[in-house]
Each structure stands twice: as C-alpha cells, then as structure tokens.
Design a binder for this molecule. Sequence first.
Ligand SMILES: Cc1cc2nc3c(=O)[nH]c(=O)nc-3n(C[C@H](O)[C@H](O)[C@H](O)COP(=O)(O)OP(=O)(O)OC[C@H]3O[C@@H](n4cnc5c(N)ncnc54)[C@H](O)[C@@H]3O)c2cc1C
Ligand code: SF4
Length: 502
Amino acid sequence: MPDPNGFLRYERRLPARRPVAVRITDWREVYPPAGEELIREQATRCMDCGIPFCHDGCPLGNRIPDWNDLVRTGSWDAAVESLHATNNFPEFTGRLCPAPCEAACVLGLGGQQPVTIKQVEVEIADAAVARGGLNPRPVPASTGRSVAVVGSGPAGLAAAQQLARAGHAVTVYERDDAIGGLLRYGIPDFKLEKQHIDRRLAQLAAEGVQFRTGVNVGVDVTAEELRARHDAVLLACGALQGRDTPETPGRPLRGVHQAMTHLVAANRVVAAAGDGRPAPAVLPDGTPIDAAGRHVVIIGGGDTAADCLGVAHRQGAAGVHQLDLYPEPPHGRDAERDPWPTWPWVLRNYPAHEEGGERVFAVAVQEFVDDGTGQVRGVRIAEVTVERRDGRRIVTALPGSERELPADLVLLAIGFEGTEEQPLLAQFGVTRNARGAVDARPDWQTDADGVFVAGDMHRGASLIVWAIAEGRAAAAAIHSYLGGVGDLPAPVDPARQPLAAR
Ligand SMILES: Cc1cc2nc3c(=O)[nH]c(=O)nc-3n(C[C@H](O)[C@H](O)[C@H](O)COP(=O)(O)OP(=O)(O)OC[C@H]3O[C@@H](n4cnc5c(N)ncnc54)[C@H](O)[C@@H]3O)c2cc1C
Ligand code: SF4
C-alpha cells in the first residue's frame, strides 16, 4: 500500500549534477546515478492517485504509480517488468524526456513539487542493466511475414522490436553509418552516452532484427525493390529539414551554419575519438568543426540550441550568446494561460545553461556582418515584439534598438520544416503535407497501401517519447495488416495530441 503522506515527509530532490568545472572538460553525462536511498525516498512521494493524471501527460501510458510503488518497496525486478511493459527504451526517455508526466502530476495541483517520475524511470532502466542486462526475448516461431523499417531513430527501433517480438522478420534500413537516428549523432554524449544505444541494439539483434546501415532508401535501393522484398514497409525517416533564414542579409557568409551541420559533425568527432578512429577536423566546406576560442551566436531557444550551447562550451568557445525571438517566459506555470495538468510555457533551463553563455530574449537578427573577407564577424540584432495576426506571426523591430554582437560562428537552431524532400517519397507515392509531414490514416497507413509512417516523419519534429509511442502503435497496425494473431499494444492513434489548454 503506497504511503499517502510520503510527499509531506519528503521534499522533491534530484541527484546533484556533476560540477560545471569538471563536466565541461569531458563529454560524459551530466547526471550521476541517484543512488538507491534517494530514489526510494522520492518514489515514496507518489500518492498512487485514484485518477493518476501523470498517465494523461505521457503518450506511452506508462504505469507510473505502479513502478513508483515497486521502487519504494525495493522490488526492482518487478519495477523493470512494469516499466518495459509500456516503453521499449526507458533509458532514453528517462534521460532525455522533458517529462510531460511531471507537469501533469496531481501534486502540482496543490502547489507541491511533482514526483521525480523521470529520475525514477532512469534508475529502473539502469537497474535492468545492472541486474543482469537487457535479456533478449526471441520468439519461438516465425510468422513468415517480413517488414522493412526505414530509419533507425526511436520510432523505427520501437516498431522493429515490437514486430520482431511478434514473430515477423524485421530489417531496419538506415542511410547513416550507425543505427540510432537523432539519438546517435544529433544528441550529444553529455545528454546520452552511446553505450545505452549499443546495449539496446544488441538486444534487438538477439531478438532477430537485422540492421542495414549505409543504405539510403530511394537511392541505394528503390521503393519497388523494398516492396518486393517485404510484406509491409514502415517509414520512420524523421523530420530533419532544418528551417533557414535565406532572406537575412549575410546568410551566405562563411561561419553561418545550420545548427545540425555543426552539432552532428561535433558529435561524430566525439564518437570517432571514443572508437580510436581519426576524427574529421573540418566540414566539407573547410570550416573547422570547433568553437575553440571563437565567439559563438546560437539562434533559437529549444533542445537543439541548448545542445549547441553545451557543445560550444566543451569545445572551448570564447563566449556564447543564445538568441530568442520571444520574450523571456515566466519562471513558473501561468495558470490562466496553461492550467494544470497541461504542458506549461515556462523558462526551461537545461543543464547547458548552467555552464555559461548569455541568453538574449525578444531579439531578431537583422544582418550577419561580413569581416570583409566573406567570413562572418558579427550579428546585428534588434529588439522586437512578436504578435499573431490572422494566424500569421508579425515581428516588429523597435527603432533605435539595434546593436552588434561579436560572432565567428553562427548556428541556426530555428526549428525544422518536416521530413526532407527526398526520392523515397515519390517512389513510394507519398506526399508531404503543408507542415512537411506525411499524413497517416487511422490505421497508420500512408496514401500507399502497405506503407506505414510513424515518429517525427508523421508528427513533425517532436519528442522521443512520442516517437516510441507512435512506433509501438504503427507496429500494432502492421501486425494486424499482416494478419498476425492477437493485438499488440497501441498507446496512441495518429490524431492524438499532447495535453494542452489551447
Ligand atoms: C539536437 C536535438 C536534440 C534533441 N533532444 C531531445 C531531447 O532531449 N528529448 C527529446 O525527447 N527529444 C529530443 N529531440 C527530438 C528527438 O530526437 C526526435 O523527436 C526523435 O529522435 C524522433 O525520432 P524518429 O525515429 O521519428 O526520427 P529520427 O530520430 O530523426 O531518425 C530518423 C532516421 O531516418 C533516417 N533516414 C531518413 N531518410 C532515410 C532514407 N531514405 N533511408 C534510410 N534512412 C533514412 C535518418 O538518417 C535518421 O537516422 C532532439 C532533437 C534534436 C534535433
Ligand atoms: S499523478 Fe503524481 S502522485 Fe499521482 S500517481 Fe502519478 S506520479 Fe503519483
């Protein structure tokens, strides 16, 4: 029986992050393990609500009060089982999810701090490894049906695991040189060390999933060939079309890049060093993949921008400014605008923000300034107001507010415009909608029969937890399309939206 007074006895506490001065000298994860005593104390704060609103915040339908109570009583094996019943990869979400479940925790309604759900999750996920590893669950009998999964991010991998465990032969095709999607080279090691991906891949391989890297579907193998080889296809190619700002004067200057160009290259350098491979030192255009001694300006306020900030400090940047078009958000929930249990608009401080740099809100870049040689020297910014009129965003610069910031390296982290336009789309006969995403029917099929879609490619740039949820749901639909016996879990349908007030 859970402790109904646990939250009155214990404050919310998280393990201390590694000291800034130490962690910016390496690429290791920022958080050390919490330790059993702290995490059992924190799990005790869960009230096991009759109506657990944390469930509504999480698209996976994680059994949060169940595993909180199992951790409270030290029943780790049962907690591992319970967590994996709804989430294929809790070691990813436990480390990386912004935790909409915590925003929806009932404790928040009474002005208390929510349960540290995400920390409990990652401790259970790591306990699974510590207590004997991630045991594969191969199926005894094959269905004789086969599925191609295109793209190896969390959506593709979750679907692959579900389908393999249902007895289908699954092959994952990935154009990159390593499996993992954005988890591999998009998200830096200080947020997710890559051994977590490798352990899971070993489990999937032991369950029969085949991996083909370096295969760009639509180029190296045609859609027609893939359809001939497999009974169904799942497209999980992400939403990697970076937004740009071609109209801003000076955009073509050297040193002005899409954030992902710099970030992925920097993460590859870390990966290569870890494997003892020689690391590439420059981008294809000759730009050094290094912020050492440089003044860096990051434009944007989300995950990508924060990851660029952490990378810039680890590379030894002389200084970093992070620019945001919008005013500084409130530091706590504005209950009028975003009432509990919805996801609130608040100032999000990532660990990278503790490490230095200056955040500048309510400004827009007017020009990237040339040093006279074609290399960026600075960015000219103006203070702005942003309004919505007839659904359109109107940005107005305040006269006389312009100033220049020094910049040798400018990273555009201003969002994504959906899935990339690439040959695979036309070959499969699917189109991008107005948001650049690929629509799914209620059974996750695209306009092409037998071709399914999931993850960011369907939803637009989103979160790992949604990618896993959609991968699981699409796998259930494919299993049923192939005439599989019984139902697989389908936590979301294609129309499901996050819990929001507006
Ligand atoms: C820098 C950054 C940081 C982020 N941080 C977080 C975070 O902290 N927490 C969080 O929840 N979310 C975060 N996200 C979002 C999260 O990473 C994505 O929502 C998630 O990875 C989407 O998963 P996916 O499987 O749909 O696609 P992806 O992970 O994008 O994987 C798609 C894969 O498809 C492959 N592919 C594309 N076309 C082809 C083709 N023709 N043939 C073969 N392969 C192909 C791509 O190479 C890629 O590997 C972050 C995103 C970015 C960019
Ligand atoms: S809403 Fe919070 S307190 Fe209630 S069951 Fe979920 S985690 Fe526990």
